[in-house]
Write a protein that binds this ligand. Structure first.
Ligand code: ATP
Length: 149
């Protein structure tokens, strides 16, 4: 169903080039309600769309790093100025009110995502350069590894 949701999202935003590589996460078990993971990813993808510049490219990657899963949503959009970066997970924080008012956001998305991720023992981190793009990385502990054969 996660892949189904992602495909739907890509269809809704067919003017974007959305690529995904989650193959590495096949058979890896993470303790999270699927709907919640979906909700978190949609918040991140939604932001990637809203704050994309002219370059409408979004990349979703999933990798296994030691005992953790890392899922990254990366865009080539307008980015977040360094001074604002520490605050974007705060409720109602928006970088540029006038700039983003047209996008109709409330500044709650990342705050909700952070709370949901924490609920499952995970973490969320953002890396960004103004004018270049943003990458948000989710990390979750792996409950069960795939059988190696
Ligand atoms: P919503 O509650 O609808 O998601 P929002 O997008 O304003 O509204 P957040 O998702 O919490 O709220 O994001 C907070 C702020 O961080 C945004 O207003 C935006 O300025 C900045 N931001 C978040 N994601 C990105 C991104 N991918 N690229 C550039 N800026 C971003």
């Amino acid at each position: 169903t996660l892949l189904y949701t992602l495909r739907n999202f890509a269809l809704l935003h067919s003017d974007f080039e959305i690529t995904q590589n989650l193959n590495e996460l096949e058979d890896v078990v993470v303790h999270i309600v699927p709907n919640h993971l979906e909700q978190i990813l949609l918040i991140l993808l939604d932001n990637a769309v809203k704050y994309s510049g002219a370059l409408r490219v979004i990349q979703l990657d999933g990798v296994v790093v030691r005992s953790q899963v890392q899922i990254r949503v990366e865009d080539s959009g307008i980015g977040v100025p360094e001074d604002d970066l520490p605050f974007v997970f705060q409720r109602f924080y928006r970088v540029d009110k006038s700039r983003s008012r047209g996008q109709g956001g409330s500044g709650l998305g990342l705050a909700i995502a952070e709370r949901l991720v924490a609920k499952y023992g995970g973490s969320i981190a953002i890396a960004s350069k103004a004018g270049q793009g943003t990458a948000v990385t989710l990390t979750f502990p792996i409950v069960q590894r795939p059988k190696s054969n």
